[in-house]
Design a protein around this ligand. Structure first.
Ligand SMILES: Nc1ncnc2c1ncn2[C@@H]1O[C@H](COP(=O)(O)OP(=O)(O)OP(=O)(O)O)[C@@H](O)[C@H]1O
Length: 582
């Protein structure tokens, strides 16, 4: 009931069209009820009295009535679909907007395929119910009640006797409704899992092919596909069992009507015209009940699909912009980490080790700070706290003396240009990819950013230059080229804080060196974090922080750290040896 009420909230803005559809349904139903009545008159006042004029005019009126009904059905079909489409439009809009707001923690756990299935199949199920099922349920009910009333006024005894099968039909319907609900829960869930398998396979197709695991993947998919097949067949079995039973009881009603009707005609308690009209009216009883089976199906599907959509909509946005967040215009970029500790959402803060453990350091405006550490030491997490991808469990991250939680969130993120470890490029032109965060940038500014990232010459060498379209993952570009496009994107934003998270890890050392030379100008006056495992990446850092197991192990200039003989100098010596061996 709660789900139904919540769906109705989305129907409310289309109230005008609902009223239109319902009014026309009432009109169409009345026409359906009048037609058999005209037939009775044709028999009783025309054929029986051998009055062909009556037959002629009444049959003509039948044509007129049917023509009006066809016109009405067009408007009804249109308004019904419009209501359904309006609901889908609004739900998709809200869901998409909410997905944009949900935090990194949500996406750490969420399965893309499940989200896609909710956005498409589940919302479509809701539409089918709102735009078709619910309205037809109403027409069915109206036709049934109207038919019974018309028949009762013509011959109540025959009507009542013929209706003895109705409780049987209702019982079959009740049992069907009871069983088909859980089947639809399973089907919607399985569809989500099937889409997840498909999405992961397509996204990871390069891994699949390189490990030659196509057969394993096919088996995995086949297993899910089979589960889906079986659950759908379970549902089909329920339908196959219930619908013929209803059809049989419906047929029985028809037979009863003929049988009882014939007795009453012979006894002169019913005219032949009424008898003929009753045959027509019988469909007005059987049809809605049979349709009810399908409508219950559509309704149950929607009732199981809608909560999957609402579940996402109800997920709390745990990192949101504060009301009246501090404006970031004129931000200088003085960064302070003040005793910061951090856990991921799925960790137990009582038992698990923190990812970042009481981190304290400060970076002055314009300083270039290298963050060094072995894999998994917490370097990316540290930067994630700066942009509020995650919030610290304790301690504070301050920019220009203000807690990052107090800044307007969009402003904060636009003030920190990040070149992430994994580059994502959109299926758009290279120009649009570079200008992603700065859509108003001029061609000259875009080219300037590309030059500093050492990618301009490559781009103009392409047949379509900056207009070259690239695939979802930047297919057509090498890893290093993709990284340089991402670097151009960050440079173009002209942020006060720049973060390069292993941003040159995929380019050769000569190109890396050229990028860093060019970046010297970019970094001028900008606070820059360079996260790296390679010492060559942080050659221009003013100061270096070495992270180990989420704690700051060392901190200082190149020289200070070298003299100390710790992690940094060991790494320095190791990498020097490797370079010499080459
Ligand atoms: N969602 C998560 N839940 C729990 N732990 C996580 C989660 N994501 C990452 N971690 C753990 O957090 C630690 C720090 O990860 P982080 O990505 O910050 O390390 P890093 O130093 O940037 O590593 P790399 O150099 O390999 O990129 C790792 O040990 C990782 O296993």
């Amino acid at each position: 009931m709660k789900t139904m009420m919540r769906i109705m909230v989305y129907v409310r803005p289309s109230a005008k069209w609902v009223v239109t559809a319902i009014s026309i349904m009432v009109l169409a139903t009345l026409i359906d009820l009048v037609a058999p009545w005209i037939l009775r008159e044709i028999f009783d006042k025309g054929i029986d009295k051998e009055n062909m004029t009556v037959v002629f005019w009444l049959t003509l009126s039948l044509i007129g009535v049917q023509a009006i009904k066809s016109g009405a059905m067009f408007v009804q079909g249109y308004s019904q679909e419009l209501v359904g489409q309006n609901v889908v439009f609004q739900l998709r809009k809200e869901l998409y907007a909410h997905l944009q707001r949900l935090s990194f923690s949500y996406y750490d756990r969420a399965q893309t395929g499940q989200l896609m299935s909710r956005m498409t199949g589940d919302i479509d199920s809701v539409k089918n119910f709102v735009g078709f099922g619910a309205m037809n349920l109403f027409t069915g009910l109206l036709t049934f009640v109207g038919t019974v009333i018309f028949m009762m006024t013509m011959q109540w005894k025959v009507t009542l006797i013929s209706l003895v099968t109705i409780p049987l039909i209702l019982f079959v319907l009740w049992r069907f409704n009871h069983k088909v609900g859980p089947a639809w829960t399973n089907i919607r869930e399985q569809m989500g899992r099937l889409t997840t398998t498909l999405q992961e396979n397509i996204s990871g197709i390069r891994v699949v092919k390189s490990f030659a695991t196509e057969k394993v993947e096919e088996r995995k998919f086949a297993e899910r596909n089979e589960q889906n097949f079986e659950t759908n067949m379970e549902r089909a079995k329920l339908e196959a069992r219930a619908f013929p039973q209803m059809g049989f009881y419906g047929g029985l009603t028809f037979v009863l009507m003929i049988w009882i009707g014939a007795i009453f005609v012979v006894r002169d308690e019913m005219t032949l015209g009424t008898f003929m009209a009753f045959q027509w009216y019988t469909w007005g009883i059987i049809w809605p009940l049979n349709m009810l089976g399908w409508q219950i199906n559509i309704m149950q599907q929607a009732m199981k699909a809608a909560p999957r959509v609402f579940e996402v909509l109800d997920t709390k946005v745990d990192i949101a912009s504060p009301t009246n967040g501090v404006n970031t215009d004129g931000m200088s970029g003085n960064v302070v980490f003040d005793n910061v500790s951090f856990y991921f959402d799925d960790q137990d803060q009582e038992k698990d080790k923190p990812i970042l453990d009481r981190i304290s350091f400060s970076v002055a405006k314009g300083e270039v700070i290298g963050v060094l550490g072995s894999t998994g030491s917490g370097k990316s997490s540290l930067i994630g706290l700066l942009s509020r991808f995650y919030d610290a469990a304790s301690g504070r991250v301050l920019i220009d003396g203000i807690d990052v939680k107090d800044y307007d969130l969009d402003g904060l993120r636009k003030s920190i240009g990040i070149v992430p470890q994994e580059t994502f490029l959109f299926s758009a032109s290279i120009r649009d990819n570079i200008a992603y965060g700065s859509p108003d940038a001029t061609q000259e500014q875009i080219e300037n950013a590309a030059r500093k990232s050492q990618i301009h010459d490559f781009i103009i060498g392409l047949p379509d230059g900056y207009n070259t379209r690239i695939g979802e993952r930047g297919v057509g570009l090498s890893g290093g080229q993709r990284q340089r496009v991402a670097l151009s994107r960050a440079i173009l934003m002209d942020p006060p804080i720049l973060v390069l998270d292993e941003a040159t890890a995929s380019v050769d050392t000569a190109t890396e060196s050229a990028i860093h030379e060019a970046l010297l100008e970019v970094m001028e006056g900008r606070t820059t974090f360079i996260i790296a495992q390679r010492l060559s990446s942080i050659q221009h850092a003013d100061r270096i922080i070495v992270l180990e197991n989420g704690r700051i192990a060392e901190e200082g200039t190149h020289k200070e750290l070298n003299d100390r003989g710790g992690f940094f100098s060991q790494l320095f010596n190791r990498q020097k040896q490797i370079a010499m061996q080459k």
